[in-house]
Write a protein of this length. Structure first.
Length: 202
């Protein structure tokens, strides 16, 4: 039985390590992208907007493909001195910039997968699970309506958040480009200062 659950513990350990590098739950809770998503989700409920699940199932495959392609290019292009610099440079929590970028990509892909699975299972949750769980309770209709509203709100938040975290990934890539540029400029400066001055011709 222990061997049966070992794969689950392994997956959980990898996810835990990735989110430790990302900054943990607090990093997500204080994220401006999450706060904006919550506000947009509340606005969507106020507009009585629906069909968020159609947006997720149509947008997520393209975003996932774009992200995986970008991640592949990033891994392929990071080598040599840049890779050493990213591993050597540490963020305030002690994790390297290389770990930070990898965890940012991981978080984005993970959010996209969760959003897509939630969109696919949403009809079953609202048409079967909620009535089954709340059917025998007093005021079941009111609870069912409130539960649907809450699940619908969560869907909108996931939709907006899965789009906005792209910005977080782009910011990390921009920071890496700046680090690479600084390293190149330093090399050029060192080459210029170490070069032998030319002797003027008579």
């Amino acid at each position: 039985m222990a061997n049966f659950f070992s794969s689950y513990r392994s997956i959980g350990g990898h996810i835990s390590n990735a989110y430790a590098a990302y900054g943990g739950v607090m990093e997500i809770l204080r994220s401006p992208y999450l706060h904006i998503s919550l506000l947009l989700g509340l606005s969507s409920l106020a507009w009585n907007a629906k069909s968020w699940e159609n947006h997720i199932t149509s947008i997520s495959p393209s975003l996932l493909g774009f992200t995986l392609a970008g991640y592949t290019v990033f891994i392929a292009s990071v080598s040599g001195r840049l890779l050493k610099g990213l591993i050597k440079a540490k963020a305030s929590d002690g994790h390297s910039y290389f770990q930070k970028v990898n965890s940012a990509f991981f978080h984005f892909i993970f959010v996209q997968c969760v959003a897509t699975l939630y969109a696919i299972t949403f009809p079953a949750l609202t048409s079967f699970s909620l009535p089954l769980l709340l059917g025998g309770l007093p005021f079941a209709a009111q609870f069912n309506s409130a539960g649907y509203c809450l699940l619908n709100f969560l869907g909108w938040v996931l939709l907006f958040y899965s789009i906005l975290v792209v910005v977080a990934v782009l910011i990390w890539i921009y920071r890496i480009i700046n680090l690479n540029e600084q390293a190149v400029l330093k090399d050029l400066k060192d080459e210029g200062s170490g070069a032998d001055p030319k002797t003027p011709a008579n």
